[in-house]
Design a protein. Structure first.
Lengths: 148, 132
């Protein structure tokens, strides 16, 4: 029984309960991005480091998309996380958001890349496109553009 | 349309934080997640969000633990209620001093936290009504 049901309903289209794992160590950026994604109907899991993200990915929880920062504290940064995801979870879609552009080798592994700063709504719109469209060319991945 | 009541969950163990936060969202609350007391402080100081209850682990890495966070809240944000979770002895010590009710010992079912929050919300509502 909901304890605090307020009847608030999002008018955004529900993206079929897709689960997004957001990996971001800057708390205010993470909260803003996660709020936006939840408002659009995504189930969102928040990780503050690549290590936390791996704990989630290796748990029974099913994740559909990973949105990760590049520079993060801990044993692994975003680039190492992307490589690991491609090796262990090849079907996961991975989008990077970073102030510093990733190496071309890493970028080639991504389904999308957004330079910071970026509006959470821009990322959310891209994820909605990504869940319903296929990215076909790596050259089209920067700043979330999708191949037609 | 009323805004959702806001809970801040402060927990450094991702698999616990994830499950508890999602359970509380399913109960209809707006839940903000912090992985440390330091993150909780940043949220409280920078976001204009009316947090009503904080569910915080006692033992966490970083500049502050849950006990110190409770002390800061008691001095600076007395309108926010705190529920502590964690090892019984340490949490009991902290809770006796800073909280109305006892701590939630780990491991715990998310429903237990939700029930405790619901009770606190009812108390807060009664308090508000009394104050007019």
């Amino acid at each position: 029984m909901p304890a605090a049901d307020t009847g608030a309903v999002s008018t955004a289209q529900h993206p079929m309960n897709a689960t997004v794992l957001v990996v971001e160590d800057e708390v205010l950026i993470r909260v803003a991005a996660c709020d936006e994604l939840r408002a659009r109907g995504y189930v969102v899991i928040e990780a503050v480091s690549a290590d936390e993200a791996l704990s989630v990915l290796r748990s029974p929880v099913q994740v559909n998309l990973v949105l990760t920062d590049l520079k993060m504290p801990g044993a692994m940064d975003g680039a190492a996380l992307v490589k690991l995801i491609r090796a262990e979870f090849p079907f996961l879609k991975v989008i990077m958001v970073s102030g510093q552009a990733p190496d071309p080798a890493i970028r080639a592994l991504l389904d999308g890349y957004f330079p910071k700063p970026v509006a959470p709504s821009e990322i959310a719109s891209f994820l909605q496109q990504l869940t319903s469209a296929r990215v076909t060319k790596s050259d089209d991945r920067e700043r979330g553009s999708l191949a037609s | 349309m009323h805004p959702k009541q806001v809970i801040l969950v402060v927990e450094d163990e991702i698999l616990i934080r994830m499950v508890v936060a999602e359970y509380l969202r399913d109960c209809g609350y707006r839940v903000i997640e912090a992985a440390s007391a330091d993150e909780a402080m940043v949220i409280l100081q920078h976001l204009e969000i009316d947090v009503e209850v904080i569910l915080s682990d006692v033992e966490m890495p970083g500049f502050m633990d849950g006990f110190q966070l409770s002390q800061w809240l008691s001095a600076n944000r007395p309108g926010i209620d705190v529920i502590l979770t964690g090892s019984v002895s340490r949490a009991s010590e902290a809770a006796a001093e800073l909280c109305d009710s006892g701590p939630i010992p780990k491991p715990y079912e998310p429903k237990l936290a939700a029930d405790r929050i619901k009770q606190l919300m009812a108390l807060r509502a009664a308090r508000r009504k009394k104050q007019g």
